[in-house]
Write a protein that binds this ligand. Sequence first.
Ligand code: SAM
Length: 303
Amino acid sequence: MDISAFENRLKKRAKHIGKVAKRWETNAYRVYDRDIPDFPFVIDVLNDLVHLQEFKTSKADELTRDGVFESVKKVFGVNDQAIIFTERKRAAGATRYARIENQIVETEITEGPYRFQIIAGKYVDVGFFPDHRKLRKHVAKIVDSSSKVLNLFSYTGAFSVFAAGAGATVTTVDMSNTYIDWAIRNFKLNNIPTKGHRFERLDTFKFLKREFELGELYDIIILDPPTYSKSKKMDGDFDVLRDHIPMIEQTLRLLKDDGTLYFSTNHRRFEFDHKALECIEISTKTNSEDYPRNTHRTWEIKK
Ligand SMILES: C[S@@+](CC[C@H](N)C(=O)[O-])C[C@H]1O[C@@H](n2cnc3c(N)ncnc32)[C@H](O)[C@@H]1O
């Protein structure tokens, strides 16, 4: 396999996306995503780290991997310690990738005026999804100190930081202790007092029911669920394709009459059930060119 073709491609993309990222005001972006089929790797720049993920197929062998490592070092001018390597392979019948033990490295990335903690090599994902930068910026632009924002499936709270930083009062919901703690750390990292904001370690569906009973209403709701989720903390499992309409309907009950719900998914074959609900797809406005392959889709939904 011709490593020079890979290296040239990487060099070109690194230069181009590196430049565009300055406009996005970030040092977290994707440079390469399986552009050449014989090199099934994904490469992200995360501040001073390069996150190199190998998608296990029969195509990549040891030699290819060694060559890719050398190219990454050359193109980004980094040493071995700055390269976080993760192997991802599909578990039989599963929709998620398994993680293989690896070195764990922490850093902070920046996006706009904010900083976020990254932990690479520990979990499947690093704690931040750069692909949603445009929606985060948009949310920060449309809220002010009178806004109430709800961030469901919040993960490490990146949307919450943008909304709270812009003055909104934010409720952050995730059923994982790890991620709620991480979201709180991200608030602290940005000197945003956690007082006055709510952090709910709870299953989204239980939260939606309880919040409706309490009569709480929100101006802006972010609903960015995983493709599939199952846990002891939930009553059943969640499948975005099967369950998006009832989930959105339940969420809309918490939206003010003039509020806006942003629903997003990374499901590759997602079909919005338009017969059931009216919405506007805004994906072309929320995606950036460093994710040509792994694009999310986003809809704006009003009551
Ligand atoms: C795809 S991430 C969401 C990404 C996030 N919106 C962001 O922009 O960074 C999925 C998150 O959903 C959480 N999660 C999965 N099932 C859940 C449930 N039933 N209730 C609450 N959180 C859940 C996981 O713990 C994880 O943090």
